[in-house]
Design a protein around this ligand. Structure first.
Ligand SMILES: *Cc1c(COP(=O)(O)O)cnc(C)c1O
Length: 415
């Protein structure tokens, strides 16, 4: 047996190091459907506790919506459980094509191709459309899946400082001779909840003859007046060459992702993108649920409007209570605590008060930038937000950080 004690020891030591660094991740166990109110075991095996969820990507509250569940059930009845095939062999049903068409219409693009996840979309897209003659110029804070996808592609790589348009312009000048220059950014950045300056990025792309790639996973369905995404918010609908996004957040939250954009680029993905060619198709039950989600959000902006109202209430409430939040307009609202241990202790106290939120610290965010990231949902009703706000205020008072400056908090708790 090769997995002997000395090899086991290597991994036990590595896991021990992760533990002693205080960054060992543990799962909390949810024993109910995803929603505003959930039953949680934490630690695993502990007695269940009903808490308000403030950290799901369930922005539109569609993850357990009865119409979506019903559509998924019908899909299961009429199209079966699994396809046992990748898309291009025998894994494409009418409902997959229907969903691609609905995504194209909703995102305002020319064509769409589904992937098993957005992680897979990002893993496949760059290699499929770029080669050694091209260059990828990415924002320094893009999502990990984009970093991985870029690694798999032979094009040159460069970066620009986060949302720094002057720096991006320098890089576009530097790489003027490349065959294709692709500017790469998240639409909505998941840790700070800030939006890319897509209007300025598109203007630079036009000036320097570059293409624009946007991962809108934290925006599709709710950012922009009709929820189409960051491109709608910034007034550049139809001008983004490649959009990737996930079905795993606002759009029902099950799984799946896509590349949507220029017809030829999407076709290149159908010919060459490896996760599309070599990984199983999205199951009919999920595709059917997603089709219902697209119907709901194409028909009415009710849910994104409620989310917008919830977000405004929450941002105003936390600020008036005396907590420091990252400014912005997205439903990602980081409550800044700066100190890593404080972020963990704060989250524990919140849990005692019946509020489920998670503290983030280095290396997930920069050193000295520890925080609790709260996320709003259209599934939150006023009573949820009132209770959560009361809990944040109570715990903030307990730690004596209300109406204190960043400097005062750091002086007392350290970085
Ligand atoms: C969540 C997320 C992904 C991954 O999406 P999956 O469909 O879960 O793989 C990719 N990019 C960004 C920006 C994300 O936030």
């Amino acid at each position: 047996m090769a997995f002997n004690d000395s090899i086991r020891g290597i991994y036990q030591k590595e896991l021990g190091d992760i533990r002693s660094a205080g960054i060992f991740k543990e799962e909390r166990i949810i024993c109910s459907p995803q929603d505003s109110d959930i039953d949680v075991q934490f630690p695993a095996g502990a007695e269940q506790k009903r808490v308000i969820n403030m950290c799901a990507n369930n922005y539109l509250g569609l993850s357990s919506h009865p119409d979506v569940v019903e559509a998924a059930r019908k899909g299961l009845d009429h199209r079966g459980y699994g396809m046992s095939s990748v898309r291009f062999i025998c894994g494409t049903q009418d409902i997959h094509k229907e969903l691609e068409g609905k995504l194209t219409a909703f995102l305002g693009t020319e064509d769409t191709i589904l992937f098993p996840s957005c992680m897979d979309a990002n893993a496949g897209v760059f290699e499929a459309v770029l080669n050694e003659q091209d260059v990828m110029i990415s924002d320094r804070l893009v999502h990990a899946s984009i970093v991985d996808g870029m690694r798999l592609c032979k094009a040159q790589q460069d970066t620009f400082k986060h949302s720094d348009m002057g720096h991006l312009e320098e890089k576009l000048q530097l790489h003027a001779s490349a065959r294709v220059k692709l500017i790469i950014t998240d639409g909505s950045f998941s840790m700070d909840g800030d939006l890319a300056k897509l209007d300025q990025i598109v203007a630079l792309a036009e000036q320097y003859n570059a293409l624009v790639f946007v991962d809108d996973s934290h925006a599709s369905g709710f950012i922009g007046r009709t929820g189409r995404g960051t491109h709608e918010h910034c007034g550049v609908l139809g001008k983004i060459d490649i959009i990737t996004t996930t079905l795993g957040k606002a759009l029902g939250g099950a799984s799946g992702g896509c590349v949507s954009g220029r017809r030829e680029l999407v076709e290149m993905c159908r010919q060459k993108a490896r996760p599309y060619l070599f990984s199983n198709t999205i199951p009919p039950v999920v595709v059917s649920g997603a089709n219902a989600v697209l119907d709901i959000i194409s028909k009415t902006t009710e849910r994104r409007d409620k989310l917008e109202r919830n977000t405004a209430f929450w941002r105003k409430g936390l600020t008036e209570a005396g907590l420091i939040i990252k400014d912005g307009e997205t439903p990602i609202v980081p409550v800044m605590l700066f100190n890593a241990k404080l972020s963990q202790d704060f989250a524990k106290e919140l849990y005692q008060e019946g509020i489920y939120a998670v503290g983030f610290f280095f290396p997930v965010v920069a050193k000295g930038q520890a925080r609790i990231r709260t996320q709003l949902s259209a599934a939150h009703d006023q009573h949820h937000l009132d209770k959560a706000l009361a809990a944040f205020t109570k715990v903030g008072k307990k730690f004596e950080i209300l109406h204190k400056t960043k400097q005062e908090i750091i002086e007392r708790f350290g970085m």
